[in-house]
Ligand binder design. Structure first.
Ligand code: HEC
Ligand code: HEC
Length: 208
């Protein structure tokens, strides 16, 4: 039954696009974003979105619409709360968010190697095949076999710092991060153990 719910979620996600798909695509101005990036974002995420510290997620190559949605969610401070990003998003207009999304999507993500080969094997199994006995859907079914994601609703996860990914999965599991449409990620994370979260995060860090 749970598995069917996940399948249904997938089906709905594929056919009910988020955001403003019915409207013509808004124009974006990455050059306008550059000024904000240089002044504000670069300090933590680097000017090219390849953050040098695992405390701050990599933004390079992430889908523009996903970035804009996260910035709006941080600003709303309800379903995704983070004190740092609340401050960073407070002054941004919806157009700024779109511009910033387009800017970071255009940056080239650096590849990263997984650090712990022992964890990678289990991580790969979970990522590609899910966990049948627990009704955990394969991550690849939504985030793509190479972790590139599927615009607009399924974010890129390849090459992200494992520390950040672990924190997000724990956040979804605890329901602290609740900005996933149709509870897609909360349903998945609820059934993952700490060891499984660590393994799959390590595997995704090395994906390219
Ligand atoms: C002081 C450091 C800092 C600055 C400056 C900063 N960020 Fe962040 N950013 C973070 C941290 C830390 C997180 C992770 C938050 C969490 O754990 O949910 C984050 C998360 C994000 C995310 C979510 C990424 C994802 O994969 O879901 C986006 C998008 C983002 N930042 C964009 C920006 C933009 C755009 C700016 C400039 C306007 C900016 N950030 C400035 C620290 C910073
Ligand atoms: C049914 C589709 C679906 C499945 C299966 C799925 N995800 Fe997700 N995932 C999503 C969606 C949708 C989001 C974006 C939520 C949002 O808009 O903030 C997401 C977001 C994430 C994020 C946050 C990315 C970031 O940059 O903050 C991580 C990490 C993640 N998923 C990992 C996984 C892992 C690991 C698995 C497998 C165990 C998995 N996902 C399976 C749909 C899915």
């Amino acid at each position: 039954m749970r598995f069917i719910t996940v399948l249904l979620g997938l089906f709905c996600a594929a056919y009910v696009p988020l955001g403003h798909a019915a409207e013509p695509a808004a124009k974006t101005d990455p050059a306008q974003a550059q000024a904000i990036v240089t002044k504000v974002c670069a300090a933590c995420h680097a000017a090219d979105g390849n953050s040098p510290s695992p405390a701050n997620p990599v933004l390079a190559g992430q889908h523009a619409d996903y970035i804009a949605k996260q910035l709006a969610d941080f600003k709303a401070n309800k379903e995704r709360k983070n004190p740092v990003m609340l401050g960073m998003s407070a002054a941004l207009s919806p157009q700024d968010m779109k511009n910033l999304g387009a800017y970071f999507e255009a940056q080239k993500p650096k590849t990263r190697a997984a650090k712990d080969p022992a964890l990678v094997k289990l991580g790969q199994q979970i990522y590609r095949g899910g966990i049948m006995s627990k009704g955990v859907a394969a991550c690849a079914s939504c985030h793509g076999p190479s972790g590139a994601g599927i615009p607009a609703q399924f974010p890129r996860v390849a090459g992200q710092y494992a520390e950040y990914t672990v924190a997000q999965l724990q956040g979804f599991r605890a329901g602290e991060r609740a900005n996933d449409p149709n509870r897609m990620m909360r349903a998945v994370a609820a059934r993952l153990s700490d060891a499984e979260i660590k393994a799959v995060s390590e595997y995704m860090a090395g994906l390219r």
